[in-house]
Structure formats: C-alpha cells, structure tokens
Design a protein around this ligand. Structure first.
Ligand code: ZN
Length: 46
C-alpha cells in the first residue's frame, strides 16, 4: 500500500519509494510532505 503526499495516513514511519529516505509523522493530522531528498510524492509505510 502506498501513500501520496498530502494524504494523512496517521502517525508512523514512511519510506520514499523512489530513494528510500524515511520520515516520521508524529501527528494524525499531519499531511505527508514531499520527500526531503528527491521531492517525489510516493511513500510506503516503514
Ligand atoms: Zn525520496
């Protein structure tokens, strides 16, 4: 299952499908930002 930036999939760790960079959402109301490294917008749950 993948998530796009702007979605609010909830707290947890997400990994960029393109480059493997990970990020953490620490609030259920936070939208996924674009990847800090490659600016792609597709993640999977880490
Ligand atoms: Zn990336």
């Amino acid at each position: 299952m993948t998530f796009k930036c702007g979605q609010k999939p909830g707290t947890g760790r997400y990994v960029c499908i393109n480059c493997g960079e990970d990020l953490n959402l620490d609030d259920d109301t936070d939208p996924l930002p674009p990847c800090a490294k490659c600016e792609k917008c597709e993640f999977e749950k880490g």
